[in-house]
Design a protein around this ligand. Structure first.
Ligand SMILES: C[S@@+](CC[C@H](N)C(=O)[O-])C[C@H]1O[C@@H](n2cnc3c(N)ncnc32)[C@H](O)[C@@H]1O
Length: 336
């Protein structure tokens, strides 16, 4: 990373404030430092603390200047119309996740068989609960949602986010049923907890980064501050049994669950075209799954309505939207 010119620090200090000069270390340009300073000031104005505001401002700017992600400093991240609380130990929701969540909500509404039958959604690896709660906010009530995560910290935060957004009036008061449960999706005892006549959607943004890519390619702020458990699948035993690349082991397990539960639609976030192609191969290479799910699509970062067909290894696959490959979507034969 190129070093910043000292004149930039003087400009930030002179034109904005010494705190903006402090933030410049991570923000790298004066307008971004000014923006972040404004958000930190707004956060201090809106939250109470026994500490004097100036002292809080200095502590928060110092924390941010050391590289702590802004969302952990402010404690929240917008997700659609929601305010998702963020805490160290739980992955910060990403904009790309918000984009496909919104698109999936529209598909579910368009294809809902009857408005009196609650839609049912299973969100595996739920983290902050952003996907589950995002869908809850976008779908007509009532909805039945079950979110699962191995991390008790994540489950506690997902529940906090449910209550926080309900209190703010950003989620409807609950005729819907929504539960967050701590569990390991590889556990053989998981299935009895997932009983439901038919899930309308099985969705997951699982850990999917290889150990090598985590060490070499992820941003330092992600490596140092966000939980490795959320990003890197360290499941050597299961990888050997399922016979896939270590970074794909969650997809192998999620597809096993899809094969048993037969949800109407399935969506998995992936890390790019190579991983998307491997997930498509896993589906197409399994007679049962490809029978269930003849419609297999790759979704890009902005998954709007437009499609183009592209050859991915041995298959012609519809690509939806624009940007990099972000997800794999499956739809059951009886839902088109
Ligand atoms: C990439 S994060 C996604 C979080 C959230 N859904 C989102 O989109 O921001 C993956 C999540 O999977 C959880 N996780 C990791 N291993 C798991 C397992 N074996 N079973 C269930 N959840 C797991 C992590 O705790 C983390 O919250």
């Amino acid at each position: 990373m190129p070093r910043l010119r000292p004149s930039l620090f003087w400009t930030a200090r002179r034109d904005i404030s010494p705190f903006a000069a402090l933030l410049l270390r991570v923000c790298r340009d004066v307008p971004s430092a000014a923006n972040e300073l404004r958000w930190i000031r707004e956060h201090i104005a809106l939250t109470s603390s026994p500490a004097p505001p100036k002292f809080r401002l200095w502590k928060l700017c110092e924390k941010r200047a050391k590289g702590t992600p802004l969302q952990y400093v402010l404690g929240t991240q917008p997700f659609g119309g929601l305010e998702i609380k963020c805490r160290p130990g739980v992955l910060i929701p990403r904009h790309e996740t918000e984009a496909y969540t919104t698109e999936l909500a529209q598909i579910l509404v368009r294809h809902q068989p009857s408005s009196s039958t609650p839609l049912s959604i299973l969100d595996l690896c739920t983290g902050t609960g952003c996907i589950a709660l995002g869908l809850l906010s976008l779908l007509p009530s009532p909805v039945h949602i079950h979110g699962i995560d191995i991390s008790p910290t994540a489950i506690s935060l997902a529940n906090t986010n449910l209550h926080h957004n309900t209190r703010l009036g950003l989620l409807p008061p609950q005729p819907s049923s929504i539960h967050f449960t701590p569990a390991d999706i590889f556990s053989p005892f998981l299935l009895p907890f997932l009983t439901q006549p038919t899930w309308d959607l099985l969705i997951s943004n699982p850990p999917y980064i290889s150990r090598g890519a985590f060490a070499r390619e992820t941003a330092r702020a992600v490596r140092n501050y966000e939980p490795r458990l959320a990003l890197v699948p360290d499941r050597d035993g299961e990888t050997a049994v399922l016979g896939c690349a270590s970074e794909d082991v969650f997809y192998a397990r999620l597809l096993q669950l899809a094969g048993i539960l037969a949800p109407r639609r399935v969506f998995f976030e992936v890390a790019g075209i190579e991983q998307a192609a491997r997930v498509v191969d896993m589906v197409r290479g399994d007679a049962r799954l490809s029978g269930f799910y003849p419609q297999v699509e790759i979704w890009r970062d902005s998954p709007h309505e437009e499609y183009e067909m592209q050859r991915v290894r041995n298959y012609e696959v519809p690509f939806r939207g624009s940007g990099g490959a972000r997800g794999v979507y499956l739809c059951r034969h009886d839902q088109r």
